[in-house]
Design a protein around this ligand. Structure first.
Ligand SMILES: *[C@@H]1O[C@H](CO)[C@@H](O)[C@H](O)[C@H]1NC(C)=O
Ligand SMILES: *[C@@H]1O[C@H](CO)[C@@H](O)[C@H](O)[C@H]1NC(C)=O
Ligand SMILES: *[C@@H]1O[C@H](CO)[C@@H](O)[C@H](O)[C@H]1NC(C)=O
Length: 372
């Protein structure tokens, strides 16, 4: 049984001609929104529910389910649980070895990213396996990075056929069968090919091209290290080391420039890097902004930047009100490829909420050749 995705947002690209007297309007339709019933607001019929357990493989509209899948509503639950459902009213909980899946009609050969909200329901770590045929990733569900409910993750894949089955699976064998991750919203976005911005050697230096960001509610989107993500949901950038970085948006956070930026939430355990093309021995100027997302993340921060053989430490004192400064570093290219890397030197957690990690914001990364 296949359910096809048949919607898309229309984006208007306005390109002003010289003097701005005439405008050329190019219409491009690409996918950027919830998958069908991606917020589970359309529930199973009452007759297909045994308490919260969904009975029947096709009883959850638009989805196929396998194993013990519960349909839950936010708030206090029998057994003393409390399910916060940040992005809506309803969610599904995946029991041990349970999964939900859906077939989407996509453009073969294109890259897509999925954005989804997950909350763990028990104290122990839970895992969510997200997959399409031939590509999969296991996400640790820790809920460490958001104060008000679940974390949001992004995962990218390449559509290798015109119909792609996306699936979310709980591979864990928890002792307590009432544990298991809670999924509350799933969106998809087509990742359009990157364009160079004139003169800047860094691709997607302002972090403007990234996964879908939920419009109504955002705790930022966590981007996992490349071990888990072969295709980056943040095009151009490589997330190194062990822990994720977080994409933050202007609507819900302070960002230095444009619509989005990244928050370095995991101290030295997470670096973000890009390899740029350079001319050996030529001198370049790396500039970037460092600030805070106005999200209760306070203290003495330090972003370390590396380019060629040069290092720059940029201190930033966050009073958590949103602000930024610009830093620059000149370097000589060691070869035809130069790696630029950033990380947060320190670990930070939110004021009054020490369980939640946060950090400095990085934005507007540019590299220009220096004319000597
Ligand atoms: C955002 O909220 C509005 C109003 O509550 C709702 O109609 C819409 O579906 C929501 N959008 C998403 C993406 O959840
Ligand atoms: C770069 O500089 C080094 C040291 O000055 C020199 O040995 C090397 O030949 C130069 N490489 C190029 C491609 O100019
Ligand atoms: C590098 O760029 C910054 C910001 O534009 C500028 O202030 C600085 O002078 C530049 N450095 C060099 C060596 O051109």
């Amino acid at each position: 049984m296949a359910w096809f995705l048949s919607f898309g947002f229309v984006v208007l690209l306005l390109s002003l001609s010289n003097g701005g007297s005439a405008a050329r309007v190019v219409k491009t339709a690409y996918l950027d929104g919830l998958v069908p019933n991606g917020n589970f607001e359309e529930g199973p019929k009452k007759s297909n529910l045994k308490k919260t357990v969904i009975i029947g493989k096709y009883s959850l509209p638009q989805w196929e389910i396998n194993g013990l899948v519960e349909y839950v509503s936010g708030g206090p639950q029998p057994g003393g649980f409390y399910f916060p459902i940040p992005r809506g009213v309803h969610a599904v909980r995946l029991g041990n070895e349970a999964s939900i899946s859906q077939s989407l009609k996509l453009k073969q050969g294109s890259i897509y990213s999925l954005t989804f909200g997950i909350t763990r329901t028990c104290a122990q770590d839970e895992v969510l396996r997200v997959s399409v045929p031939g590509q999969s990733s296991d996400l640790p569900v820790q809920t460490l990075y958001s104060t008000d409910g679940g974390d949001t993750y992004a995962w990218a894949f390449k559509a290798t056929s015109p119909v792609v089955k996306i699936s979310f699976h709980n591979p864990g064998i928890q002792e307590d069968p009432s544990c298991g991750p809670l999924l509350d919203a799933i969106a998809i976005k087509e990742m359009l090919p990157l364009k160079y911005s004139k003169g800047n050697l860094v691709k997607n230096g302002g972090f403007e091209i990234g996964p879908h960001i939920f419009k109504n509610f955002s705790t930022g989107v966590l981007i996992l290290p490349k071990v888990q993500d072969l295709i980056s949901p943040l095009p151009g950038w490589i997330i190194e080391s062990l822990k994720p970085i977080k994409l933050v948006d202007r609507k819900h956070f302070f960002v230095p420039g444009g619509f989005s930026a990244v928050e370095l939430v995991a101290g030295r355990e997470s670096a973000i890097a890009q390899i740029i093309r350079t001319v050996p021995n030529k001198t370049y100027n790396l500039t970037f902004t460092v600030g805070d997302a106005k999200n209760a993340c306070h203290g003495s921060m330090m972003v370390e930047a590396f380019a060629g053989t040069k290092t720059l430490k940029v201190p930033y004192n966050s009073v958590a009100k949103g602000g930024f400064k610009t830093a620059s570093l000149t370097f000589q290219a060691p070869s035809s490829r130069t790696r630029i890397t950033f990380y947060s030197a320190y670990y930070h957690s939110k004021l009054n909420d020490y369980g939640h990690m946060c950090g400095p914001v990085l934005d507007d990364v540019r590299v220009f050749p220096v004319r000597i």
